[in-house]
Write a protein that binds this ligand. Structure first.
Ligand code: VGL
Ligand code: ZN
Length: 211
């Protein structure tokens, strides 16, 4: 496949933050490997948007808030089943910072998500209650942008949910597989690709753009 990036297309860079990189509290294997590739891809895009996982220290998605529960177990919350995570991306901490190795000086917007204590937010568009919007769709609609090319961490959670919600918002969405890495907890990676496919999200590789 040979994909030419148009000026109205958008690169959506999901959660490339220290806690998801090697050494972080919720490190995604190989997460650091995608950073140089995202930098290269970024040079092809006029429009770059970032998301940033941004939780209060007592966030409901943290296993530490559910006495006796361990990370990667689940609990039932008002909006459905929630996977419990190690404490991560606590606002104001180093782990929440976007990697300084990411060189995207022309990035135009950072959407923070997950800042409501009671609701998680994998998606850059809406929180896990599927009602509370982040404003990203409003921003993109007002800007009259083209396709969304999604990269970052983690493929099976924040990348997938952002891609699926982008498609639901009416965008052509393409996930660049080798510019993303997954957590793959209990088959979540394979499931996420199936869900993305069903939502009409295209699965591409960086070579399709870079040649
Ligand atoms: C993410 C789990 C919890 C992600 C964020 O960025 O994929 N995963 N919070
Ligand atoms: Zn999170």
């Amino acid at each position: 496949m040979n994909i030419t990036i148009a000026p109205e297309d958008v690169l959506v860079v999901v959660d490339v933050q220290y806690d998801f990189l090697p050494g972080g509290s919720l490190a995604v294997a190989g997460g650091d490997e995608i950073v140089p590739l995202i930098n290269t891809l970024g040079k092809h895009f006029t429009n770059v948007v970032l998301t940033q996982d941004w939780h209060p220290a007592d966030h409901v998605s943290f296993a530490s808030q559910h006495g006796g529960k361990a990370a990667f177990e689940t609990v039932e919350l008002s909006y459905g089943t929630q996977v419990l995570w190690p404490d991560h991306c606590v606002w104001g901490t180093h782990g929440a910072e976007i990697s300084h190795d990411l060189h995207l000086p022309h990035a135009q917007l950072i959407i923070r998500k997950g800042y409501n204590r009671e609701i998680d937010s994998y998606s850059g568009f809406q929180e896990a209650d599927r009602q509370t919007l982040t404003g990203l769709a409003g921003y993109l609609n007002e800007r009259d942008v083209g396709r969304l090319f999604v990269v970052g961490l983690a493929t099976d959670f924040c990348v997938a949910w952002t891609a699926i919600d982008g498609a639901a918002a009416g965008y052509d969405v393409l996930v660049i597989e080798d510019a993303a890495r997954g957590i793959d907890n209990g088959g979540s990676l394979e499931r996420a690709w199936a869900d993305m496919e069903e939502a009409g999200v295209q699965r591409i590789v960086s070579k399709d753009i870079l040649g």
